[in-house]
Design a protein around this ligand. Structure first.
Ligand SMILES: *[C@@H]1O[C@H](CO)[C@@H](O)[C@H](O)[C@H]1NC(C)=O
Ligand SMILES: *[C@@H]1O[C@H](CO)[C@@H](O)[C@H](O)[C@H]1NC(C)=O
Ligand SMILES: *[C@@H]1O[C@H](CO)[C@@H](O)[C@H](O)[C@H]1NC(C)=O
Ligand SMILES: *[C@@H]1O[C@H](CO)[C@@H](O)[C@H](O)[C@H]1NC(C)=O
Length: 412
């Protein structure tokens, strides 16, 4: 944060003196094989561990918005980590982007785009970031315009319109035109002033290269029952269990005017855990779909999971309960090949194409994605003509079991 802010004013001078010469951004065409790299996991999963040959874009996460429109916060050691990531990416001819926002980092988006003066300042902040770190792309991860996210985001009914105005201003600049500009979105189109999804998002197709639909966290600890983290399909599920999926997200976005080739499917290398009593989990010898769970006994996830504590808004937050794919293996739910471990009860849901594991001793059930789920998603990307995939997060996989599965079917 500090070093970036210091660099900022220095670079602003350079920009003014020299225009925007220097690094020519690598431009994206064709299919997208992308992943988000979480900077706070860099000590366990440094840039050197990325399977560079299997991606054509990597996204540093996150540059958080701050109360000052002239500043973005790259996180602890962000300056050094981002330089390292970009340099490794460029050695492998992979695009390097930065995601602005994230769940905790979207608090000040609304004010940063609220007025023409702030949009001009924010545009300059973003272009300076891109110039300073030789970025090829900017990924807007605003969670979420118009509607509240973490609980203390600034929010305005004009957020989506102001976001569009910012994107237009960014594109009016030569460097902004050269960058690959994307947005990580929910499964429904951007919200209009009333908080409901817009029915027409065509204006965004001119200013965004593509969107990444975050088709995960569809069910979790906040839900009424256990359900899939990242359903491929839900139109085949009982009506009460149709909470969204890749299939319904594609329908919603394309009906609003976002063409399939501008939609990248966000995929999850992690799952959500639930505490499910044995009598609810197993009936007549089979694992039940959508069983009730005990929210007061949320299991902890793996070592990357967020412990219980106070969140950025000052509110109490329960333990997250997330298991990365490697965490499922480490905790003994799966073998090192990613299959059901001995003693674990397993169910693969044929509608959502996602598996569940259950340990009857600890009464922990986990809904996640395995290699067959990723293969199905790869097939869907290819057959529906989507632009590609982006995985949260780079370090969540184990031995590329998931990455290889989606690559094998989406054919990049
Ligand atoms: C413009 O940005 C500044 C922070 O740099 C903020 O204090 C101000 O409230 C913003 N304006 C609006 C209307 O949100
Ligand atoms: C989703 O489910 C519907 C209804 O069962 C089915 O017609 C459709 O083929 C499924 N789509 C995919 C991609 O599985
Ligand atoms: C379990 O088996 C009993 C007896 O065959 C049957 O009446 C009941 O409907 C079954 N329950 C479920 C959830 O399948
Ligand atoms: C749910 O978990 C809490 C905390 O462990 C426990 O006190 C409670 O009895 C559980 N409820 C049920 C219905 O099992």
């Amino acid at each position: 944060m500090k070093s970036f802010s210091a660099l900022l004013s220095f670079t602003a001078v350079l920009l003014a003196l020299s225009g925007v010469e220097g690094h020519q951004p690598i431009k994206a065409s064709g299919k997208v094989a992308s992943t988000w790299w979480a900077s706070w996991h860099a000590s366990d999963f440094p840039a050197s561990k990325l399977s560079w040959s299997k991606y054509n874009r990597v996204v540093y996460s996150f540059a958080e918005t701050t109360p000052d429109v002239n500043k973005l916060d790259l996180g602890d050691s962000g300056d050094q980590l981002l330089k390292g990531l970009v340099s490794a990416a460029h050695q492998h001819n992979v695009q390097a982007a930065v995601a602005i926002g994230g769940w905790t980092g979207s608090r000040f988006f609304s004010s940063a785009v609220a007025t023409p003066a702030n949009r001009t300042a924010f545009t300059k902040t973003i272009l300076t970031l891109a110039q300073t770190y030789q970025l090829d792309g900017i990924d807007f991860d605003w969670e979420s315009p118009v509607n509240q996210g973490i609980g203390c985001n600034l929010v305005s009914p004009h957020d989506t319109a102001n976001f569009l105005a910012l994107l237009r201003e960014l594109r009016a600049h030569p460097l902004g035109r050269a960058l690959t500009i994307t947005a990580a979105t929910g499964i429904n189109p951007f919200a209009g002033p009333d908080g409901d999804p817009l029915t027409d998002v065509r204006a965004f197709t001119d200013v965004l290269d593509y969107i990444e639909v975050m088709n995960y966290d569809i069910w979790g600890s906040w839900s009424d029952t256990v359900g899939p983290n990242a359903p491929l399909n839900d139109t085949c599920a009982p009506p009460a269990d149709q909470q969204g999926s890749a299939v319904s997200a594609l329908r919603a976005w394309s009906t609003a005017g976002m063409p399939a080739h501008q939609i990248v499917l966000g995929v999850a290398a992690y799952g959500h855990s639930f505490r499910v009593a044995k009598k609810d989990a197993i009936v007549n010898g089979s694992m039940v779909a959508y069983p009730p769970f005990n929210a007061s006994a949320q299991p902890a996830g793996d070592k990357w999971d967020d412990p219980a504590g106070i969140d950025e808004c000052g509110n109490d937050e329960a333990v997250g309960g997330l298991f990365d794919f490697w965490g499922l293996i480490q905790a003994g739910f799966l073998t090192s090949e990613g299959n059901r471990a001995p003693g674990i009860i397993f169910r693969y849901d044929d509608c959502t194409k996602t598996p569940y594991v259950y340990d009857a001793t600890s009464e922990i059930m986990i809904a996640f994605d395995n290699a067959p789920s990723f293969r199905e998603k790869g097939t869907f990307i290819r057959s529906a003509g989507l632009r590609g995939f982006s995985m949260w997060e780079a370090g969540g996989d184990s031995n590329d079991i998931l990455l290889d599965a989606i690559q094998s079917e989406s054919r990049f």
